[in-house]
Design a binder for this molecule. Structure first.
Ligand code: ADP
Ligand code: ADP
Ligand code: MG
Length: 715
């Protein structure tokens, strides 16, 4: 049962004329507040059992708060999530079936009713911004923990919301957001506002359906591609065209409104560092923001929420022009945001609890003044994704073979839905976890973030952890000079190749040798040994070859045993004497000879993940040439393979067709993202190996080319 707390300092059912923080001279708001006030005559509804209509970290996040307040939860899961932690977070858990079933509103409602739930928490994504679902909940007498359906609708359309914002005095990016979709007309609008322009799906979200057109020449191609992505992702191809701000920051305000006309701003978050228009690192407060502008952004965010009769948690996103200091409304997300924990860290507020309070008809527990008085410190969130930053941040998937997380304290929080052994599937978002840290100052918080990232070890899929470390150590990031183009702007420094220390190779080689049942035995002249095994001073010598992804050719590591517990390791011209080797499960302690090097080494077939001195190195054990020969010829190299597990959405070429280098061949979908696979060569398509609709694993051949005559097998 929900315990209602706000007695000591909270304004219980405040008299509206006293809540200064929502005061505005605008008659529109006065009328709205009256309307809102009337809803408060409904009796408060206790919430005793919440159905969590979501998965992973957010489902677990909601259950944590529910458990703190004696609220029962019912969870749902799908077939690919059957073994996941959230499916076991409650004794009441229901299998919805296929992967897409988190979107099945009717099935979820049936479960909610069947299990006696009085409320549904939609989390983020899935049904969270679906006004029809919010309406259906109301019809079934179930509380939707979110804003009223009409507020979702008003904000769900990027065009319509801008009209409402403009009439409420909230500045919007100059542009055309009307209903005329004639391409010639839109091109003319673009011409008038001046290039570059941004074409955006009005129903868009998650960075999809957005294209930048830098000149009139490419406008129509960008328009077509924005429209087609929008149609396939959101079932609607209406777009808007607006000025593209070249050095913007993304600053958003966490707002919270109740049914009594109160609306507070719980500070702002800077989410400028993005890839594919999606956030990677967020912080609160926004660095280097003028205090006057900060107050103004908070006020405009509250005006925005009040203008649509908002209730519950919401985020008003602004684009902040670094060149002029102007800011513009971008969109409002009518739900709890992925990055809500940074706000919780600096405000001390449990936003999920507030959501439950408001949904059960209670007033907000704090006024704007109380929120501001409670603001304290600086927080960062780093999103840990299964993805490959080196390959354009393409999502990855696979089993988490090894997972070690930093120690959780008052100021280090981890929100995750995965444990070691769990699988990151291609069905959903590739986010593994969120690492949230807090410090008294930005500098202190950033120092904690860097150390926590060093303690975060993930083996299995590729992750962005190393990238996040580089990012968090970048001088411009440290200085707070962030902008949405941060990654492309600093690309070279962020992706500078690093040299793998020799001890990484030696530790990897030792770990392989020590884990074999018969390590290096004293030489036995009667044993016939092939491959890279030889003899040295009465003991065997082994040579292993590793590639680290940086060096052109594999690195040869020669290990010979010197005494029972010491080895001589030679890498090129470097000789590393290592003594006293000890291995506990995946941790190897080597003494070189006085410096102890501790490495966690996880082996997956020929891949090795080496965690050493706060860095992750990925090595591949090369097959010796003689074994390669035994295995026979490799798959033809004149082919195109799937870069990740995916579904073939569209094949743009036919067998026998002549194609040019970089011509689109196939469009694949993985993790809700479309990727165009382009031809690596000028050539002729011999075979389409996987037609539309096929689901394939990473590395599978999609298209084969004719052998180029005269090129001797092609490259
Ligand atoms: P935020 O600003 O909080 O990152 P986004 O709109 O980028 O919000 O997306 C929030 C989450 O919603 C994503 O992490 C993803 O899990 C989910 N999401 C985004 N787009 C989609 C979509 N098209 N379908 C389903 N889930 C989505
Ligand atoms: P989504 O619903 O996909 O989150 P948004 O409208 O919030 O879409 O925009 C996502 C991101 O795209 C922003 O965080 C910002 O980086 C960038 N962006 C959006 N509008 C503009 C603009 N007018 N100029 C420059 N960048 C923009
Ligand atoms: Mg957005």
């Amino acid at each position: 049962m929900l315990d209602i707390i706000p007695t000591s300092n909270g304004p219980q059912q405040r008299n509206l004329t006293e809540s200064k923080h929502t005061m505005s001279a605008r008659p529109l708001f006065t009328a709205l507040r009256r309307r809102l006030y009337s809803t408060s005559t409904e009796a408060p509804r206790p919430i005793r059992n919440i159905l969590i209509a979501n998965r992973g970290e957010i489902a677990l996040r909601v259950s944590r708060t529910a458990a703190l307040h004696g609220i029962r939860t019912t969870t749902v899961y799908t077939a690919p999530d059957a073994a996941s932690e959230h499916a076991h977070a409650s004794p009441y858990s229901v299998n919805l079936g296929e992967a897409s079933a988190y979107l099945d509103a009717e099935k979820i409602l049936r479960v909610a009713k069947g299990w006696g739930c009085d409320a549904v928490h939609p989390g983020y994504g899935f049904l969270s911004e679906n006004s029809a679902f919010a309406k259906r909940c109301a019809e079934e007498g179930i509380v939707f923990i979110g804003p009223p359906p009409n507020a979702i609708e008003s904000m769900g359309n990027k065009s319509a919301s801008k009209d409402i914002m403009l009439s409420a005095g909230v500045p919007c990016v100059p542009g055309y957001h009307g209903s005329n979709q004639d391409p010639a007309f839109l091109a003319q609008q673009a011409e008038e506002m001046g290039y570059p322009v941004l074409i955006k799906a009005v129903k868009g979200g998650g960075g999809k359906g957005m294209r930048i057109a830098t000149s009139a020449a490419e406008f129509h191609a960008m328009l077509d591609s924005a429209k087609s992505e929008s149609k396939s992702s959101f079932g609607d191809d209406t777009v808007l065209v607006e000025r593209y701000i070249t050095t913007p920051r993304h600053i958003e305000v966490q707002v919270f409104a109740d049914n009594f006309g109160n609306c507070v701003a719980l500070g702002e978050r800077d989410c400028s560092v993005q890839r594919r228009h999606q956030k990677i690192i967020e912080e609160s407060p926004a660095p280097l923001l003028d205090p006057e502008i900060r107050k103004d952004i908070w006020k405009k965010a509250r005006d925005a929420a009040l203008a649509v009769g908002y209730q519950g948690a919401g985020t008003v996103e602004f684009i902040f022009d670094n060149d002029t200091g102007e800011f513009f409304f971008m969109e409002m997300n009518t739900r709890l945001q992925v990055e809500h924990p940074v706000t919780e860290m600096v405000t001390g507020v449990d936003l999920v609890y507030w959501q439950v309070l408001v949904a059960s008809g209670q007033p907000l527990p704090m006024t704007q003044e109380q929120v501001e008085a409670g603001l304290n410190g600086h927080a960062f969130e780093a999103r840990i994704y299964a993805e490959n930053p080196e390959k354009g941040f393409i999502p990855d998937s696979g089993m988490l073979l090894h997972l070690q997380t930093p120690k959780v304290t008052e100021s280090v929080r981890i929100d995750s839905g995965f444990r070691q052994g769990d699988e990151i599937t291609t069905f959903y978002d590739p986010m593994i976890a969120k690492l949230i840290v807090k410090g008294d100052t930005r500098e202190a918080a950033l120092a904690k973030l860097r150390v926590a990232l060093e303690d975060y070890q993930v083996a299995g899929p590729s992750t962005n952890i190393e990238f996040l470390k580089t990012l968090a150590a970048h001088p411009d990031f440290i200085a707070g000079n962030v902008e949405t183009g941060f990654i492309p702007k600093h690309h070279d420094e962020l992706f500078a190749a690093s040299q793998t220390p020799p001890e990484v190779f030696s530790q990897a080689a030792l770990s392989i040798i020590l884990s074999e049942s018969q390590p290096l035995l004293p030489a036995d002249p009667f044993t016939t040994l092939g491959g890279g095994i030889g003899y040295s001073g009465g003991f065997q010598t082994r040579v292993l070859h590793f590639s680290d992804g940086h060096s052109e050719t594999p690195i040869a590591v020669e290990v010979s045993q010197a005494t029972a517990d010491s080895y001589n390791i030679t890498i090129g011209t470097t000789l590393l004497p290592a003594v006293m080797i000890r291995q506990d499960s995946s941790t190897l302690y080597g003494y070189y000879p006085h410096t102890r090097i501790e490495s966690t080494i996880v082996r997956d077939d020929d891949k090795l993940f080496v965690f050493q001195h706060g860095k992750q190195h990925q090595l591949t054990l090369s097959t010796p040439a003689w074994l390669e020969k035994l295995r026979g010829p490799k798959e033809a190299s004149n082919s195109v393979v799937a870069p990740m597990p995916c579904k073939v959405l569209r094949v743009d070429v036919k067998e026998g067709q002549e194609v040019k280098k970089d011509q689109p061949l196939v469009v694949i979908e993985s993790m809700k993202m479309e990727t165009v696979i382009r031809s690596p060569v000028d050539g002729v398509v011999r075979k389409i190996v996987h037609p539309e609709g096929d689901v394939v694993k990473a590395g599978v051949t999609l298209v084969l080319f004719e052998e180029e005559a005269g090129e001797g097998g092609g490259a």
